[in-house]
Design a binder for this molecule. Structure first.
Ligand code: PMV
Length: 301
């Protein structure tokens, strides 16, 4: 069996503003989806969602990956087993991770010779097939790893402190939130456009701070970014409660990551208080995961 894994991601800065061409900084985290593949007589896809054949309802990403890879190579039958540390549908890039890891696993099994660039591009095409529209960020960061300035795709230094993710377990639709921001922007362009542009400016300022490892100042900017995300209506009571629980217990910073409206928040912490912050998030009703960023994108296990 061949096993490949790919990481999820958090936004340190810039979600929503990035939709309007502003800068954002996204970072791969050491929470991975593992995909194991072996040749078989038939197509079998196994995950916590069940055991299926090609099935665009239960396993849409992997089913489209198989169909897409069939354009490069003959795949009569294959068994694919998915295991994930990433909560599904919470803005941590679980769909990109499963897509990218599946492409790379089949790439190895059938010796297709796809490059990392090919994998990121194919992964993005598959996300678009499933979701109708998708930004290329998740599949790019999951393929390449690291801390990445978007849209330039410039690799920055790694963030050398614990990252605590808090999951509200509240469902939110990225499509709907992006639509809400778009409506707010067209209703109040003179107010909302500067907010989006200020979010972009934060990412630009942060680039140098990431290089210097100045996490205290990065934290201040992340907190400002959080205020601006609230201003454009992508916060919610559950996210705010986790954000303040983290900050009140000494987190360097805490903000929404991804589309908001539910899903996850992210906190940067000092080495010695990640556990305390995770506990505070749990006490406030969230599920906490302590992680760190990773330079490694998709890899062969
Ligand atoms: O919640 P996620 O991980 O799907 O992130 C959405 C990020 C947005 O900036 C809100 C949308 C986008 O496509 O960039």
């Amino acid at each position: 069996m061949i096993t490949c894994s790919a990481p999820g991601k958090v936004y340190l800065f810039g979600e929503h503003a990035v939709v309007y061409g502003e800068n954002a900084i996204c970072c791969a985290v050491e929470l991975r989806t593992k995909v194991s593949v072996e040749k078989s007589d038939e197509i079998i896809i196994e995950s916590i969602l069940g055991r299926t054949r090609l099935d665009h309802d239960t396993h849409p990403y992997v089913s489209y990956v198989i169909e897409k890879m069939r354009q490069f190579v003959d795949i009569p039958g294959v068994r694919i087993v998915i295991e994930s540390e990433l909560p599904v549908g919470s803005g941590l890039g679980s769909s990109a991770a499963v897509t990218v890891a599946s492409i790379q696993a089949l790439n190895h099994l059938y010796e297709c010779g796809l490059s990392l660039e090919d994998i990121a591009k194919t992964g993005h095409e598959i996300e678009k097939m499933v979701q109708g529209n998708a930004s290329p960020t998740d599949t790019y960061v999951s393929t390449m790893g690291g801390v990445v300035m978007i849209p330039q795709r410039k690799k920055l230094e790694l963030i050398n402190c614990p990252i605590v993710v808090g999951n509200t377990h509240k469902f939110s639709s990225t499509k709907q939130l992006v639509g809400n921001v778009s409506k707010l922007r067209s209703d109040f362009p003179s107010v909302v456009e500067p907010i989006l542009s200020n979010i972009g400016q934060i990412s630009i300022l942060a680039e140098k701070l990431v290089a210097e490892g100045d996490y205290e100042t990065i934290g201040k900017l992340m907190n400002i970014n959080q205020g601006l995300l609230d201003a454009i209506g992508v916060g919610c009571a559950e996210l705010s409660s986790l954000v303040y629980a983290a900050r009140d217990n000494g987190a360097i910073s805490a903000k929404i990551t991804g589309a908001g409206g539910g899903g996850c928040m992210v906190a940067l912490t000092r080495e010695d208080n990640a556990e305390a912050i995770a506990k505070a998030i749990e006490n406030a009703g969230g599920e906490a995961i302590i992680t760190k960023n990773t330079a490694e994108g998709v890899r062969l296990e």
